[in-house]
Structure formats: structure tokens, C-alpha cells
Ligand binder design. Structure first.
Ligand SMILES: [Zn+2]
Length: 271
């Protein structure tokens, strides 16, 4: 699933082709792709509105239109790109916004879990989501405060969008490796030093992920169709059985809250 770095890369790639363009028509395959409002309302309201700015909130692409916010969540297999027509090998276009220059914004989604949203305010679909980890005011103190006293596995907490926004399976594993913390440790056992190492690690791996334009491990592609190369820089994720890059011990894979979790049993001790 695309995480913060992948969604941020999509946002950056869409600004140039979309900002300033007006929506002229809407096509969708099934009504279900439109989460809010109803499909007819969606089409009637978005037509005539111009893309003013494109930002990100957690794993949502957030487009400020004239009167509304148009949001997209890519879920497992969603892709967004702007083109006159979708390429012949893309059989998964679920929604299209026709633009005033003859191009269209295509929302392609093989598994059909992705959704679009249209609302006057972004909080209509992002309520309850935790702070943005790359914001300046997301300090080590803020992070520690959100984890304090929680008797839950740290890996599960990092994946919980109400605790911290945008972190998913890949960057959670990479953060815990960098901070040298075992994924099954509960937050209430972490020392102050470990908390601040983890805070630093989360920000570092997300920034690195953005610099590498996201991880194309499966469906994710940039809006220009190219792959990101974050996957070339993983330290533990998807490296089960391979030697730890820090100490040479074989990387292990376990399951934490149903998610495959990679760590070095030597560098990340359970204690
Ligand atoms: Zn190691």
C-alpha cells in the first residue's frame, strides 16, 4: 500500500499537470468508487471547479478546488496520472475527470479498494488522523506523549493512523531497524532515549523515501508511469533471510497484527 513517501511523490507529480485546470466532465465505472457525496452530487459539484492546489494529508491526496476539497485514497493498487487517454495496457481505470485542455485525470485501481471524496473541508474524510510526522511541530516530545503509557506493540502503534499519520508497513519496519527497537516491544517499555531515537528514525526514513520517490514494490508508480527507487535502499523490509546490513545476522520475518514484519534479532533485542 502506498505510504506517506509514495503519496507525497504522487502529489508532487500531479501539481504541474493539474493546477489551473478546470474539470469539464466526470466518468466513473461504478458509483462505489465515490465515497462522499453520492455519485450524482459528486459529478454535478466538481464539474466547473478548477484545481487550485495539491497537498497531502496522511495517505490522502488532497486537491483544493474552487469550493470543495477533492481527495483520493489509493489504498492497495490505486494510481493517478494525467494523460489524454489511458495507455492500452491499463485495464483498471475506475474514474476519470476530463480537463479543459483535453487531458484527463485517470484513477486506475486494479483491486478497486481506492476511493475519491468531495467535501467542503478536508476534515470530512481525515477526521481522527494523528499528526503529520514531517511537520515542524511534530517534536520528539509530541511523539513521546502520544505513545506514553500504551501497552501495545510499537509496530502496531506506528501503523495506527490515529497515533501518527502516513506510516505503513515498509517505513515502520525501516524506522524500528534504524532506531534498533524490537517490533514486539510495547510502547510503555521504551526508554526516553529509545523514544527520541524512534522519532528521529521515523522522520529520517520518510524523508529518505520521499527523496527516492517512493517504493515500487508492487503497484505503486509515479504519475509519469516510472517506478520510485526507495525499494533499492531498504535495510530490512523484504530482506528476510538476508544478512543484516549492520551486523550480518539473518533478518527475520514475523507477523505483527497480520502484517509481515522484518527485523534483525541481534540489533533489535526484545530484552
Ligand atoms: Zn543486525
Amino acid at each position: 500500500m502506498p505510504e506517506l513517501p509514495e503519496v507525497e511523490t504522487v502529489v508532487r507529480g500531479l501539481r504541474q499537470p493539474l493546477v489551473g485546470r478546470r474539470v469539464e466532465h466526470v466518468w466513473y465505472e461504478r458509483e462505489k468508487v465515490i465515497a462522499i457525496p453520492g455519485a450524482e452530487d459528486f459529478a454535478a459539484r466538481i464539474v466547473g471547479q478548477t484545481f487550485q492546489a495539491i497537498t497531502r494529508r496522511a495517505k490522502y491526496i488532497v486537491c483544493q478546488m474552487d469550493h470543495d476539497v477533492f481527495g483520493v485514497h489509493l489504498r492497495m493498487t490505486g494510481r493517478l496520472y494525467v494523460a489524454v487517454e489511458s495507455p492500452a495496457d491499463d485495464r483498471w481505470v475506475r474514474l476519470r475527470l476530463g480537463l479543459d485542455n483535453g487531458e484527463s485525470l485517470h484513477f486506475s485501481d486494479a483491486r478497486r479498494f481506492g476511493r475519491v471524496y468531495l467535501a467542503p473541508d478536508v476534515t470530512a474524510f481525515t477526521q481522527g488522523i494523528g499528526p503529520e510526522p514531517l511537520d515542524d511541530d511534530f517534536t520528539a516530545e509530541v511523539f513521546a506523549e502520544r505513545l506514553r503509557g500504551r501497552h501495545r506493540q510499537i509496530k502496531a502503534l506506528l501503523l495506527d493512523q490515529s497515533i501518527i499519520a502516513g506510516v505503513g508497513n515498509i517505513y515502520a519496519d525501516e524506522s524500528l531497524f534504524l532506531a534498533q527497537i524490537h517490533p514486539l516491544r510495547t510502547a510503555d517499555t521504551l526508554t526516553g532515549d529509545e523514544m527520541s531515537r524512534l522519532h528521529e528514525a521515523v522522520r529520517h526514513v520518510l524523508n529518505q523515501g520521499i527523496d527516492h520517490e517512493g517504493a515500487s514494490v508492487n503497484w505503486y508508480r509515479k504519475p509519469d508511469g516510472e517506478r520510485g527507487d526507495s525499494q533499492e535502499h531498504f535495510n530490512v523490509y523484504d530482506r528476510s533471510g538476508q544478512p543484516c546490513l549492520r551486523c550480518g545476522t539473518a533478518v527475520l520475518k514475523i507477523r505483527v497484527t497480520q502484517r509481515g514484519t522484518h527485523f534483525c534479532p541481534n540489533c533489535q533485542r526484545e530484552k
